[in-house]
Write a protein that binds this ligand. Structure first.
Ligand code: PA5
Length: 453
């Protein structure tokens, strides 16, 4: 069983000037405990459901997935934000690099996977050019059923299917709210197979609901193992959750306005992207829940080791001391291999060196280098990266983030700041009900040619 460790040596005052002392840690743990208490109250009231997700009964889904796994060559996931980032993180972490380029047999006779998130025409057009409608299955995911990008991409896919397949129902599954929204109505009217996203599951907390599980099951990913990993955090990991939440809160109070996640594995690149949404959308809030101005939040930054040692580490070490860095390290890397290095004298020091060992040495080297520059860092350690440990990582941060938010009484589950731009865009598209937004937008969006050079 994968063991997750949290190492805060280089964030502690014993090693780092300005680091957290034992006394501060205890004080900030009390603050985190308040957040946890508030979270538990919301869970008990049925307002927040993510802690229950590991109990999701996967029987029906796994049964349904058998057909998709065996009968289709391509899977298109249509969704954006919380309805896409989770499955992208799962695919990136669990499936081999270059999976889509592998032969059908090398893929374990499972479909290739494409995520249609952005409405960038070149992306969706390429996907539709590569896939053939007869051999493609699509999962359309939207909690609200209302998201313009998802509606636009799906419209295109629908047209593509319509002119090429006999029975649309055999090619589509919809993941949306169980009762409301245009996508739910559409699915009901057209007798499409659906999987519900419960009201208590917010987009960025939904990777272990049908939002992530449905496409993952279609790709033969062990969803039960992922859920078991997530459950282990609730059962055994709350102490780690509280400690990390307390340390982040401490450094936020100390003015560290940037939170960097730096996994030393390219397989966690998309996980870092998922983390950025979770952290940014949940914690960036202007008001507390009782309406007081607070302007809370720190900026999440996604990096990957060792790549960013050749890029952002320069800034982290010698730029402003406004960052806290969280590394994720793997004890064992899949497919590890050693090199000979005997083809040229200058490279002979590499002889017998495993890539995984080099990567892990570089991680330690970067931890040490940041310490000498007085940059606090934490390290989450996994012995391997698989469905189980990925489930642990998801759940760890799904707890940490709302605990931080609720400890200062902001709402980590809403995103009022994203509405304005959406509504202006609806206005520009002449969507009924958004006429006033269109007028408001036209009043604001006035630009002078003198400032365009
Ligand atoms: O976290 C969130 O709530 C958002 O990022 C949503 O997931 C995103 O806007 C997509 O929404 P929907 O699933 O309703 O299409």
């Amino acid at each position: 069983m994968a063991k997750l460790t949290c190492d805060y040596n280089f964030a502690a005052s014993k090693n780092l000037l300005g680091g957290i002392s034992e006394e501060d840690l205890q004080a900030y743990k009390k603050k985190a405990a308040l957040g946890y208490e508030r979270l538990q109250a919301m869970v008990n009231d049925g307002k927040v459901g993510f802690p229950h997700l590991p109990k999701y009964d996967t029987t029906e889904l796994k049964e349904f997935a058998k057909d998709v796994k065996t009968n289709f060559n391509d899977l298109i996931v249509v969704g954006i934000g919380g309805s896409a980032l989770g499955i992208e993180a799962v695919v990136n972490a669990v499936l081999p690099y270059g999976y889509n380029a592998m032969s059908y047999t090398d893929r374990g006779c499972l479909p290739r996977v494409w995520v249609a998130d952005n409405v960038d025409p070149s992306k969706i057009q390429s996907i539709l050019k590569i896939c053939t409608p007869e051999d493609t299955f699509a999962v359309v995911i939207s909690k609200s059923g209302n998201t313009v990008e998802t509606a636009e991409n799906y419209s295109l896919i629908h047209e593509w299917f319509k002119s090429n397949v006999q029975d649309l129902k055999k090619h589509i599954v919809v993941v949306t709210d169980p009762n409301k929204g245009p996508l739910r109505e559409y699915a009901t009217q057209n007798n499409l197979k659906t999987f519900p996203i419960e009201a208590s599951i917010g987009g960025r907390f939904s990777v272990m609901s049908p939002v992530g599980l449905v496409p993952a099951a279609f790709l033969g990913i062990d969803i039960d193992k992922m859920l078991a990993g997530a459950a282990s955090i609730t059962d055994e990991g709350i102490e780690q959750v509280m400690t990390l939440a307390a340390i982040y809160l401490y450094f936020m109070d100390k003015g560290k306005s940037i939170n960097v996640l730096m996994p030393y594995s390219s397989r966690l690149d998309k996980f870092a992207e998922w983390f950025c949404q979770l952290w940014g959308e949940s914690l960036g809030k202007k008001y507390t829940m009782d309406g007081k101005e607070i302007t809370f939040g720190t900026t999440p930054v996604r990096t990957v080791g060792a790549i960013d040692q050749h890029s952002q580490i320069q800034l982290f070490r010698e730029g402003p001391l406004d960052k806290v860095v969280t590394f994720i390290g793997l004890e064992t890397h899949d497919n590890d291999v050693s090199v000979k290095g005997d083809f040229y004298e200058a490279f002979s020091y590499l002889n017998g060196l495993h890539l995984g060992k080099l990567l892990n040495s570089e991680l330690k080297a970067t931890e040490a280098a940041l310490l000498t520059s007085k940059v606090p860092s934490l390290k989450i350690g996994l012995n391997i990266l698989d469905e189980y440990s990925l489930g642990q990582l998801f759940m760890l941060f799904q707890y940490i983030v709302p605990i931080i938010g609720l400890s200062v009484n902001i709402n980590p589950f809403d995103q009022p700041g994203v509405e304005e731009a959406k509504e202006y865009a609806y206005g520009m598209m002449n969507r009924t009900g958004f006429e006033a937004k269109k007028t408001q937008f036209e009043e604001i969006y006035k630009k002078d040619d003198a400032f365009i050079i």
